[in-house]
Design a protein around this ligand. Structure first.
Ligand code: GLA
Length: 765
C-alpha cells in the first residue's frame, strides 16, 4: 500500500485501500504522463494502458511530428503554448515577453505524512512532523515499496523543471490510504534564470481520462439557493464553473464530479474533485477531439498575475480527488470521512454543538439588551443553550448602511456593553455569542473617515458599493493587524464563546494602495491569504471559541473555511422545503456536522411558505440544529414543541454527526418527497428522515429501501414519537437484508403537504 516507484517501467503507483492512481515517466525528455485512476490494481503491469509506448509520434522516436504527441498525451500537469491545444495548467509571462511553459521530470521524493501548505488550509495526517524517507530515484534505483503501515498518509513529490523559464515545478500527491482520497498541489520555484518571472496561471491539478462517455456534475446557486445539484452530459469542448468574486460564491462551487452516464447514488463510476480554497477558482472538464477528458482545477487565472522573484516559491492550494465505483453515495461518505478526520481542526469537531438561538430573523436590527434578555430567558427555559446576537450591535448601525469597521458597542442599544449583556445571558444558564463582519468597511464609519485607502478601490474610479459597504484591503499587514486587534478587543471584553464571522459582499474594483503597478494581479489571492491569516490567529489565540463562518448565507461554504471553523452557515434560506435541495447538494461533499441549520420563523422570510414546526425541526436536525425566531412571540404549540425537539437533538446528534450518510430518495429528482438516512459506523443503529413535500391522493404510503445496514442483523424499526420522546408504536422487527432489498412500506404519512417523519432503527442482534 502507499506509494511505489517501479524503476524498470518508470511508473509510480499510488494506492489507497480501494483505489489506484498511476503516473508514468515517458521518453528521454521525461514527460510526466497519467496512466490510470480507478479501482485498486494488484500490480503495475499496465502495458496496455499506456497508449503512449505505441504512439508513432513520441518525440524521441519522431520529433518531426512532436505536435501530434503534444496534443494528445495525457500530461499530469500540462504546460502552455507548445502544441497541446487543450487547456493548460500553468503559464507565465517571462521578462522576454514569452508565455510558453513545459515540464520535464528530474527526480522524486516519497515522504511519510503530509507537509503543510504555507499559509493555506489543507488536509493533514494526524502526525504533525514529516520526515523524508526516500529521495531521488538516481540514488535509490531499486523498486521499492514505501509501506503504509507506519502512517495512513504518505506523499509523493515529483520534481520537474522548465529550463527555458528557470522554474522548478514540484507536483505533490498525498495519499490517504484509509480514506480513499488523494490530495494534490503544486509548488513553482524561480531557480534563477530571471530576477523575476510572472506566473499568469498556476492551477493545482490536472487529471486525464480516456475512452468513456461521462456526465458532469456541478453545484450551482444564487443567494438563498446555494449548491443545487446540476448534472449534464459532457459534450465536446470546455465545461466549467468558476468564481472571480473573491470568494467561492453562492453562484458556483469549487467542486466537480465526472460520472459514468449510468451513475446514480448507489452505482456507477464517480470521480469527485473538491478544491480546498475560499477565493477565486476554476473547475473545468474538457472533452477533446480524441474523446479524452481533461479535468483542471485551481485558482482562477482571471486577473491573476504573481511575481516570482529569484529563489521564491509559489504554493497552490490543494485539490482532493475521490474515486467511487458505487455512485455519488460512496463519494460523499469518503469526503465526509476525510473532512471530518483530516481537515477540520476545531476542538468542537467531535462534540455536540450547543443549541443556539440567533436573533437575526427574530428582530433584524431592531433589538436592545432587554429584548435579547427576554429571548434568552424564554429560550433557556426551553433548553436552548447559546444566544447569538447578530448584526446591529456596534457603531450606530440600525440598518445595513453604516458602521462596519467601528467595532465598539452601541451603548444606546446595549447599555453596559457586551459585558453586561453576556453576564445577564450567562445568568439564564446560556452561553453568549456574537456576529461580526471583520473584512468590511462602511463608507459611513469612523474607520473609513480615518483610512479611506484601507478599502479596496482603484484611484480615479468611484468604487462599486454592495449592501452599502466596501471590502477592507486585507492584503495589507497594517489593515490585518488592526482588524485582528479589534476582534481581539471585542472577544476579550466579555464572556463570548461563539463567533459568527460573516462576509456580505463580493470583491470589485481590484486595487490596493500598497501593491504597486506590478503587484495588482496578486490582490485576489493575497486577500484570501489575508483572511486565512486572520482566522488562523483567531483560532490560535481563542482556542475554545466556537467559530461559524458565513457569507451572506452560504457563499463561502467551502473546504478552506472548514480548516478554521467546524460549521458554516449553509444558507439564509431556512425554509425546510428549499433546504431539502440546498442540504442535499451541500451534503454531497460536506459532513452533516458542518451544516449550519436552524428552525425558522413562519411564514418563512425567504419564501413566504408556511410549514409545520415539526418538519422545520426534522430538517434542521440534519445539520448543527438551532433556532432563528422570536421565541417570545411564536405560537404556544410551537414553543411547547421546542423542549421535545431539543431532546430529539440530544438523542440523535451523535449519530447524525458521526455516522455514514445515505440518500434514499431525492425531492430534487422526484418533486414529491425526500428521504435521507444516517447509519452508525458499526451499523448498529440508523436514523431515517422522510419529508413528504407533496401529499399524494389515495396513496399514502411510500416504499423505503434502506441502505448501508448489515444484512444479517435484525433491526427494530420505530417511528420516533416526539410526544413520548421515545420510540413510538408500530415497532417492526426486520432483518437488514429485508429492509434494504425488499424495503418497507412507510404507512401513516399524514394527510397534507410538508409532513415529515423520523424513523429510528436499532440492531437487536
Ligand atoms: C448575512 C447572514 C445573515 C445575517 C445577516 C446580517 O446575510 O447570512 O445570517 O447575519 O448577514 O446582516
Amino acid at each position: 500500500m502507499g506509494i511505489t516507484y517501479f524503476e524498470k517501467s518508470k511508473t509510480f503507483k499510488l494506492d489507497t485501500c480501494n483505489t489506484t492512481y498511476m503516473i508514468k515517466i515517458v521518453d528521454d525528455e521525461g514527460f510526466i504522463l497519467h496512466l490510470y485512476y480507478g479501482r485498486r490494481l494488484s500490480d503495475e503491469k499496465t502495458d496496455d494502458l499506456c497508449r503512449i509506448e505505441e504512439h508513432p509520434f513520441v518525440p524521441s522516436k519522431n520529433n518531426r511530428d512532436r505536435g501530434s504527441f503534444m496534443d494528445c498525451a495525457p500530461f499530469e500537469y500540462p504546460g502552455h503554448g507548445l502544441g497541446d491545444y487543450r487547456d493548460d495548467a500553468f503559464s507565465v509571462l517571462n521578462p522576454e515577453g514569452y508565455s510558453a511553459t513545459s515540464l520535464n521530470f528530474r527526480s522524486y521524493r516519497i515522504l511519510e505524512g503530509k507537509p503543510k501548505l504555507p499559509g493555506l488550509p489543507a488536509t493533514f495526517e494526524k502526525q504533525a512532523s514529516v520526515s523524508v524517507i526516500n529521495e531521488d530515484l538516481k540514488k535509490e534505483p531499486a523498486e521499492k515499496e514505501i509501506a503504509g503501515n507506519k502512517s495512513t498518509c504518505c506523499t509523493l513529490e515529483i520534481i520537474g523543471e522548465d529550463p527555458a523559464n528557470g522554474l522548478e515545478i514540484t507536483l505533490s500527491y498525498s495519499v490517504f490510504e484509509d480514506v480513499d482520497a488523494i490530495a494534490r498541489s503544486v509548488r513553482i520555484k524561480n531557480i534563477g534564470k530571471y530576477e523575476n518571472i510572472k506566473l499568469t496561471k498556476v492551477l493545482s491539478a490536472s487529471y486525464e481520462f480516456y475512452g468513456d462517455d461521462y456526465d458532469i456534475l456541478f453545484l450551482h446557486g444564487t443567494w438563498a439557493r446555494e449548491r443545487n445539484i446540476d448534472r449534464e452530459h459532457l459534450g465536446y469542448g470546455k465545461h466549467y464553473v468558476s468564481s472571480f468574486r473573491g470568494e467561492s460564491s453562492h453562484q458556483e462551487h469549487p467542486f466537480l464530479a465526472l460520472m459514468s452516464r449510468d451513475a446514480n447514488d448507489t452505482n456507477g463510476d464517480v470521480y469527485g474533485f473538491s478544491f480546498v480554497y475560499s477565493g477565486n477558482f476554476i473547475a473545468q472538464a474538457e472533452r477533446s477531439q480524441f474523446d479524452s477528458v481533461r479535468v483542471l482545477m485551481g485558482i482562477n487565472p482571471v486577473d491573476f498575475c504573481w511575481n516570482l522573484g529569484k529563489g521564491e516559491e509559489f504554493c497552490t492550494p490543494e485539490v482532493i480527488s475521490v474515486y467511487s465505483w458505487e455512485g455519488t453515495g460512496r463519494m460523499s461518505r469518503t469526503f465526509h470521512d476525510l473532512y471530518r478526520n483530516h481537515l477540520i481542526r476545531s476542538p468542537y469537531k467531535d462534540m455536540k454543538r450547543p443549541i443556539l438561538i440567533n436573533n437575526w430573523e427574530a428582530t433584524y436590527f431592531n433589538f436592545d439588551t432587554d429584548k435579547l434578555i427576554a429571548i434568552a430567558k424564554e429560550a433557556s427555559k426551553l433548553g436552548i443553550e447559546l444566544l447569538v446576537m447578530d448584526d446591529g450591535w456596534f457603531g450606530h448601525r440600525d440598518n445595513d448602511s453604516s458602521s462596519l469597521g467601528d467595532w465598539y458597542v452601541n451603548e444606546k442599544k446595549l447599555p453596559g456593553g457586551l459585558k453586561r449583556l453576556a453576564d445577564e445571558v450567562n445568568k439564564t444558564g446560556m452561553k453568549f455569542g456574537i456576529w461580526m463582519e471583520p473584512e468590511m468597511i462602511s463608507p459611513d464609519s469612523d474607520l473609513y473617515r480615518a483610512h479611506p485607502d484601507w478599502a479596496i478601490q482603484i484611484p480615479g474610479r468611484t468604487p462599486v458599493m454592495s449592501r452599502e459597504q466596501y471590502v477592507l484591503d486585507l492584503t495589507r499587514k497594517d489593515v490585518r493587524d488592526y482588524t485582528f486587534s479589534q476582534i481581539e478587543k471585542i472577544l476579550k471584553s466579555a464572556n463570548i464563546e461563539y463567533l459568527k464571522w460573516d462576509m456580505n459582499r463580493q470583491l470589485t474594483d481590484l486595487g490596493s494602495a500598497l501593491l504597486g503597478t506590478e503587484g495588482q494581479g496578486e490582490l485576489y489571492h493575497r486577500y484570501c491569504l489575508g483572511v486565512y491569516e486572520l482566522q488562523e490567529r483567531l483560532v490560535t489565540e481563542f482556542t475554545n471559541l466556537l467559530l461559524e463562518n458565513c457569507s451572506g448565507g452560504g457563499a463561502r461554504f467551502d473546504p478552506g473555511m472548514l480548516y478554521y471553523s467546524p460549521q458554516i452557515w449553509t444558507s439564509d434560506d431556512m425554509d425546510p422545503v428549499e433546504r431539502l435541495k440546498i442540504q442535499e447538494g451541500t451534503a454531497l461533499i460536506y459532513p452533516l456536522s458542518t451544516m449550519g441549520a436552524h428552525v425558522c420563523d413562519c411564514p418563512n422570510h425567504s419564501t413566504g411558505r408556511t410549514t409545520p414546526f415539526e418538519t422545520r425541526g426534522y430538517v434542521a436536525l440534519a445539520g448543527t440544529f438551532g433556532y432563528e425566531l422570536d421565541v417570545t412571540r411564536i405560537p404556544e404549540a410551537d414553543r411547547n414543541m421546542i423542549p421535545k425537539q431539543i431532546k430529539m437533538y440530544h438523542k440523535f446528534n451523535d449519530l447524525v454527526r458521526t455516522g455514514d450518510y445515505y440518500r434514499v430518495s431525492s425531492y430534487r429528482e422526484n418533486h414529491e418527497w425526500d428521504c435521507w438516512e444516517v447509519v452508525s459506523k458499526d451499523k448498529s443503529e440508523a436514523l431515517i428522515t422522510v419529508v413528504n413535500v407533496i401529499g399524494r391522493v389515495n396513496h399514502k404510503s411510500r416504499l423505503l429501501k434502506l441502505k448501508g445496514l448489515d444484512p444479517d442483523k435484525v433491526y427494530s424499526v420505530n417511528f420516533y414519537d416526539m410526544e413520548k420522546e421515545a420510540e413510538g408504536e408500530n415497532c417492526m422487527k426486520l432483518r437488514g437484508d429485508a429492509l434494504m432489498y425488499a424495503g418497507i412500506q412507510l404507512k401513516g404519512l399524514d394527510h397534507g403537504d410538508f409532513k415529515a417523519k423520523l424513523l429510528s432503527i436499532k440492531a437487536t442482534s
